[in-house]
Design a protein around this ligand. Structure first.
Ligand SMILES: [Ca+2]
Ligand SMILES: [Ca+2]
Ligand SMILES: [Ca+2]
Length: 495
């Protein structure tokens, strides 16, 4: 298997007047016979001219593992997505249970071969399969390596980090908080030396001392790890987060909810995966859960990697906290579980939308007025958030319980909205009985709040108020000054 390698090494050795660069099997790892920038040990087209791709092949040239002197190995041969590994024959030795590789290991991806450098691994063969190149396992060490193609073309690892390497199925790697497919094989690197990686202005770093795993999905290719992310334009610093980057930029975002934002919500494909608490910086929104970031929302090929002023688009189906401020002293803090949120960030103005079908324990909001409001069943909630509050709003529809002063909880069905003009709710209240006030049948309710000291609840219906003789359709009103029946202040204080 080493016939091709030896003459090249001797030739190079004479040319360089040195044999120091030759490895044990005789091929200089830096040799590049066709001078295309791709070393011979990684060059699938050993005789190419002109511009070459990641595998060292020119336009229209087919990569040829045999001509390149590569040995091919398959792990997970029976899987839907087997992993194909190659290594130059000069780095491969036969071992009792399979093969040993000492040098650069190449992993096939749709964008060409990814190089895993300084590999010293045992490739354990599958004796049962009868095929000499089918593997059941790989054990050993290598430098932590990342796919450097597609969006990841300019990725740089600051220091070489030696790691234990192997393969595992997604189901065995679920502690990583990465979007792995249970039945798919992933290559992993385990290490505790820390690592710092940059992609243009974006930094991905893994703290030193902690046990870390970097997972590679050859089918994209993409990588996932846990650490901190910074330099992601308007997103700023995101500590302690699961992150990943897809070289093909095909991480899918599909809005789970679109109520109220039907014209805005759209699916898109993204490059960066985040899982954790993600503050949005320029918008009063924080995401807790999984999100994906599209670094080229306008698909013009210009991204934040080259120009920090380029826009980003983020999409999440996660827990979302939104803080809306009317600008007149009224604020709304929304905590929506399982919401869809998407935003375009950067450029002249950042803005986004949210939508959810929120259960009773998934929606909390606080207006700062003495009228606690909570959903009593699943309610629809949606809104827009902008750097300019005058463009922001939220609306909701469903069944709520409103705690009225002195009367306590009244169930209502209706719509509410919050925007630069304040809070408005229009609803129908159901019959209720209270020691002081009784409602026979439904009442039409209007709640308006313009500030924490400027709010009013007005209910029109058939009321019985203790000590009063009322006709049908009386008006019961509450505001910051007291309780009023048909415009006349009444004392409903229990005695
Ligand atoms: Ca070459
Ligand atoms: Ca070539
Ligand atoms: Ca762009």
């Amino acid at each position: 298997m080493h016939r091709q390698a030896l003459p090249k090494c001797i030739l190079l050795a004479f040319a360089a007047l040195s044999v120091a660069a030759c490895d044990a099997e005789g091929l200089d790892p830096a040799a590049d016979s066709d001078a295309d920038g791709v070393p011979d040990i990684m060059d699938f087209c050993p005789e190419s001219t002109g511009r070459v791709d990641h595998d060292g092949c020119g336009e229209g040239q087919m990569s040829d593992p045999a001509a390149a002197g590569m040995e091919t190995f398959i792990i997970g041969a029976a899987d839907d997505v087997p992993v194909v590994l190659r290594s130059h024959a000069s780095t491969v030795s036969e071992a009792a249970q399979g093969f040993g590789v000492d040098g650069t290991l190449l992993m096939e991806t749709p964008l060409g071969h990814m190089a895993i450098s300084d590999a010293a691994v045992d490739l354990v063969g599958d004796a049962a399969s009868g095929a000499h190149n089918q593997l059941v396992d790989m054990v050993g060490s290598a430098n932590v390596s990342l796919p450097d193609m597609g969006v990841l073309e300019d990725i740089a690892i600051d220091d070489l980090v030696q790691a234990q390497v192997g393969f595992g199925y997604g189901r065995d790697l679920d502690h990583l908080d990465a979007p792995l497919v249970d039945e798919r094989l992933y290559m992993y690197f385990d290490f505790d030396a820390g690592m710092s990686t940059s992609l243009g202005p974006i930094d991905f770093s893994i703290p030193q001392g902690a046990e870390a795993t970097v997972v590679i999905d050859a089918a994209d290719p993409s990588f996932y790890a846990r650490g901190s992310v910074s330099g992601l334009g308007p997103l700023g610093d995101i500590p302690d987060v699961g992150f990943g980057v897809s070289a093909t930029g095909l991480l899918p975002f599909e809005p789970a909810y679109t109520w109220g934002v039907e014209d805005e919500a759209e699916a898109f494909d993204a490059h960066i995966y985040l899982n954790g608490t993600i503050p949005l910086g320029r918008l009063p929104v924080s995401i807790d859960g999984e999100a994906v970031v599209d670094i080229d929302p306008d698909d013009d090929g210009e991204t934040i990697i080259d120009d920090v002023d380029e826009q980003l688009r983020i999409g999440a189906n996660a827990d979302v906290i939104v803080n809306l401020d009317s600008g007149v002293g009224l604020t709304m803090d929304l905590k929506v579980g399982g919401a869809t949120f998407a935003a375009t960030l950067g450029g002249s103005e950042s803005s986004g939308y949210f939508s959810a079908a929120a259960g009773t324990d998934e929606l909390e909001f606080d207006l700062g007025i003495p009228l606690p409001i909570a959903p009593v069943a699943q309610v629809n909630v949606a809104g827009f958030v902008s750097e300019e509050f005058s463009d922001s709003f939220m609306r909701a529809n469903g069944d709520f319980v409103v705690e009225l002063p002195l009367i306590a909880g009244v169930n209502m069905h209706g719509d509410m909205s919050f925007d630069r003009d304040g809070f408005v709710m229009n609803a129908t209240a159901g019959a209720f009985v209270n020691p002081l006030v009784e409602l026979d049948g439904d009442a039409a309710v209007s709640i308006v709040a313009r500030g924490t000291d400027d709010w009013m609840v007005e209910m029109v219906g058939n009321f019985d108020v203790i000590g009063m003789d009322l006709a049908d359709d009386a008006t019961l009103a509450f505001n910051q000054d007291g309780v009023f029946v048909n415009g006349e202040e009444v004392d409903l204080t229990p005695w």
